[in-house]
Design a binder for this molecule. Structure first.
Ligand SMILES: Cc1cc2nc3c(=O)[nH]c(=O)nc-3n(C[C@H](O)[C@H](O)[C@H](O)COP(=O)(O)OP(=O)(O)OC[C@H]3O[C@@H](n4cnc5c(N)ncnc54)[C@H](O)[C@@H]3O)c2cc1C
Length: 272
C-alpha cells in the first residue's frame, strides 16, 4: 500500500502485525473474557482509547518505507518511540531528488504564529521567483556534489553542502499507540505543512487497516478538546450566559496567549 506525498515522496506500508481484533484480544486477556460481537468489540476499543488504557494498542505494529525531504526527517526523528533505519549518504550516492514546493504552498511568514506560514496566498510572481531560485540552487549544489564525487572526495564529505530539501528514505516501525501520538502532533495545524502531508497519508492507511481504532482516535484524541482548570471556570460562566469579554475580566486569570487559545476553542465550538 503506497501513497504519494509531496513532489517525489511516498509512504508505503511494508508490514503490519495485528488489527482491531489484536487490540480486543489483548484487552480481553486483562479483563478475562474472549472475543465477543463486532459491536461489543467496537465499544471496548472506544472505551479503552477514551480512558487512555493504551497498552492494548501497542499490540499492533506497523512498518513503513518512507521517502521524505531531510528537513521533514529532522522533525520526524524527534519521535523517539519508533525504530528507524535510514539510507546512508556515506555508503551510497545521494540521488538528484529534491523537494520543490507547489506555488500555492509558498507563503509569507505568519504574523500570528512564529513557527508557521501565513494563510494568505502570495502573488504568483513572488512564489514563482522563490521556486525558480530554490530549483537553481538545488541544481548548482547537486552539480558541485557530483563534481566532488568524480574527483574522488569521500561521499561522506561530498554531501555536506547538499540542502535540506534533498530526499532521504527510511524504514520506520512503530506501534499503534505511539503512532497515534505522532499523528496527534503532526496532523495538527501547528505542524509544518510538509510533515502534515505525511501524517495524513499514514492516517489514510490506518483508516483501512484499523478502522475501529482509527475512528476512536479521531473522536477521542485528534478532534478532542482540552480545557484547563481556569478555562473550565470561564466556560462555566459562558454557560451561565456571561459574555466572553466580561468573563475574561473576572477573577479567573489567563495570560494573553491562553486567552487567544481559549477564544479559538470557543469559536471552534460555535462552528460545530
Ligand atoms: C508543532 C511542533 C513544534 C515543535 N517545535 C520544536 C522546536 O522548536 N524545537 C524542538 O527542539 N522541538 C520541537 N518540536 C518537537 C517536540 O518538542 C517533540 O520533541 C516531538 O514532538 C516529539 O514528541 P514526544 O517527545 O512526545 O514524542 P516521542 O519521542 O515519540 O515520545 C512519546 C512519549 O514518550 C515519552 N518519552 C519518550 N522518550 C522519553 C525520554 N527520553 N524521556 C522522557 N519521556 C520520554 C514522553 O512521554 C513522550 O511524550 C515541535 C513539535 C511540534 C509538534
Amino acid at each position: 500500500m503506497e501513497i504519494k506525498v509531496l513532489n517525489k515522496g511516498f509512504v508505503r506500508l511494508v508490514d503490519i502485525m495485528g488489527d482491531d481484533s489484536a487490540i480486543v484480544q489483548a484487552a480481553r486477556t486483562s479483563y478475562g473474557t474472549g472475543t465477543k460481537s463486532y459491536e461489543e468489540d467496537k465499544k471496548l476499543i472506544r472505551y479503552l482509547l477514551r480512558n487512555k488504557h493504551t497498552s492494548p494498542f501497542e499490540m499492533v505494529e506497523l512498518k513503513f518505507h518512507i521517502k521524505l525531504p531531510i528537513f521533514v526527517a529532522r522533525q520526524w526523528i524527534r519521535h523517539r518511540t519508533a525504530n528507524v533505519n535510514e539510507f546512508s549518504g556515506r555508503y551510497s550516492e545521494m540521488r538528484d531528488e529534491f523537494y520543490i514546493p507547489e506555488l500555492e504552498d509558498v507563503r509569507n511568514q505568519s504574523t500570528t504564529n512564529k513557527q508557521g506560514r501565513s494563510d494568505t496566498i502570495l502573488d504568483s510572481e513572488i512564489s514563482s521567483s522563490f521556486v525558480e531560485s530554490v530549483k537553481n540552487s538545488q541544481t548548482d549544489l547537486y552539480k558541485e556534489y557530483k563534481h566532488y564525487i568524480d574527483t574522488g572526495i569521500a561521499r561522506e564529505l561530498s554531501r555536506i553542502n547538499l540542502p535540506l530539501s534533498i530526499y532521504t528514505e527510511w524504514y520506520w516501525k512503530i506501534d499503534l499507540h505511539n503512532l497515534f501520538h505522532f499523528l496527534k502532533l503532526r496532523m495538527d495545524k501547528h505542524a509544518q505543512y510538509e510533515i502534515r502531508c505525511y501524517a495524513e497519508a499514514i492516517a489514510e492507511i490506518l483508516k483501512e487497516k484499523v478502522p475501529i481504532a482509527y475512528e476512536a482516535f479521531e473522536d477521542y484524541t485528534l478532534n478532542s478538546m482540552y480545557f484547563s482548570k481556569n478555562e473550565q471556570k470561564l466556560l462555566s460562566k459562558l454557560l451561565n450566559n456571561i459574555d466572553i469579554d466580561d468573563a475574561l475580566l473576572s477573577d479567573v486569570k489567563l495570560d494573553k496567549r491562553e486567552i487567544t487559545e481559549f477564544k479559538d476553542k470557543i469559536n471552534l465550538l460555535k462552528q460545530k
